[in-house]
Design a protein around this ligand. Structure first.
Ligand SMILES: Cc1cc2nc3c(=O)[nH]c(=O)nc-3n(C[C@H](O)[C@H](O)[C@H](O)COP(=O)(O)OP(=O)(O)OC[C@H]3O[C@@H](n4cnc5c(N)ncnc54)[C@H](O)[C@@H]3O)c2cc1C
Length: 360
């Protein structure tokens, strides 16, 4: 990651969107955070990850931290001096209710033993919202901590990824082994559900970041379709070129509305788990498909490395893979139980028109 990226985003207020004014943030709505990710995604989908992660983590800290904890943690996220990450996934399995990384109470703090893997920004993060086992089996035995990752006894190993390389996806090792426990946290613990609560709305922000990238690709492609002349006509006058692009624009409008609806519901205190799952399932998948269509429209030029949409396509595909891989809680919000629920439960939402109505 470019060293100046986080300071630059922080300077624009983009790392503090979900942080109240009093802690140096913008006090912005979730809807605004989604729009910010979309705008940044227009130029770099990877940079939008900073907005996604800071919004997610600070939202959890704002809703659950004590005033003292918030004063300790939030200003550093807002001013970009502390990069946070979300650390749930473990090597053995991804069912958060069965995770194994242990937190053991020890005097004035907690000792953490175990490994987290596939952590976005893991190579760079100064602190992490870490889900750890503090009790017996199942979700009840899991707690959430905000852990200092700058502790010298925390080690990291980065992944050599196909795309999204600047995100520094990494494994974190918080395990000192027997007789050499690692201290990496303070006496700051919340229940498992707390750690999960912020996830949903961030799914829509992920979707919007991807849509921003796809929209930029589509904008350039529409211009290209006007400029490129073959067989004596601009290629955009051929239905085989124009119709797929119009279809892309149509689907993207729909996916964007799902993202906006999700974030509006979050801002208005409405349950939005199913909508968030729809947003994260559809928007990244669609974005990759749109970008692929754009690549094809550029002909042989689209295949060259200098065509910047190539990398974006890989990145969107990876976001799709994460979507497809994630089963909890997204698929529990939009899985068999959702299908089996009664229509009012499946469609709990106020309808889209309400998005334009200010919250009362
Ligand atoms: C780009 C990227 C960024 C990520 N960032 C983070 C992060 O910041 N923090 C974090 O904690 N994690 C992160 N992850 C991890 C992500 O949450 C996991 O990859 C995901 O939960 C799936 O776990 P897994 O990779 O171990 O796949 P596995 O659980 O091993 O699944 C392998 C395959 O089997 C399928 N599968 C497994 N079980 C079932 C089932 N019961 N029914 C149907 N199909 C099933 C899966 O869909 C998948 O296709 C990231 C992943 C990616 C790709």
């Amino acid at each position: 990651m470019r060293p100046d990226l986080v300071p630059t985003l922080a300077g624009m207020g983009l790392t503090g969107l979900r942080i109240p004014d009093e802690f140096g943030g913008q006090g912005a709505s979730a809807l605004l955070a989604g729009i910010a990710a979309e705008e940044i995604g227009r130029v770099d989908v990877n940079a939008s990850n900073i907005i996604i992660v800071t919004a997610l983590i600070s939202d959890v800290l704002v809703r659950n931290g004590t005033p003292e904890q918030q004063a300790r943690w939030l200003p550093a996220i807002a001013d970009g001096t502390s990069i946070p990450c979300l650390a749930v996934t473990e090597p053995g399995h991804t069912d958060a209710a069965t995770l194994e990384l242990k937190a053991i109470e020890d005097g004035d703090g907690w000792l953490f033993h175990g490994e987290k893997t596939s952590i976005t920004l893991g190579l760079y993060a100064n602190a992490g919202l870490v889900l750890a086992r503090t009790g017996g089996p199942g979700a009840r035995g899991v707690s959430a901590f905000y852990v200092n990752l700058d502790d010298e006894r925390v080690t990291r190993a980065g992944f050599d990824d196909f795309g999204g390389r600047s995100n520094g996806r990494a494994s974190l090792y918080l395990d000192g082994g027997a007789g050499d426990p690692r201290r990496a946290g303070r006496r700051d613990r919340w229940r498992f559900r707390v750690g999960q609560q912020g996830f949903d709305f961030s799914r829509a922000i992920v979707g919007q970041g991807c849509l921003g990238t796809a929209q930029a690709a589509l904008d350039e492609t529409l211009q290209w379709a006007c400029d490129r002349v073959t067989f004596g006509k601009p290629i955009g006058t051929f239905q085989g070129v124009a119709f797929p692009l119009a279809e892309c624009a149509t689907h993207m409008r729909g996916a964007l509305l799902v993202c906006l609806e999700t974030l509006w519901m979050k801002d208005n205190g409405l349950e939005h788990g199913a909508e968030a799952a729809m947003a994260k399932f559809w928007a990244p998948k669609l974005s990759a498909e749109v970008i692929h269509r754009c690549l094809l429209t550029f002909g042989h030029l689209g295949y060259a490395r200098r065509a910047r949409w190539g990398n974006a396509s890989v990145t969107s595909s990876i976001l799709i893979s994460e979507t497809a891989l994630s089963r909890s809680p997204s698929s529990s919000s939009l899985g068999p139980s959702w299908v089996a629920s009664s229509p009012p439960d499946r469609h709990p939402a106020p309808r889209l028109t309400a998005i334009c109505t200010p919250a009362s």
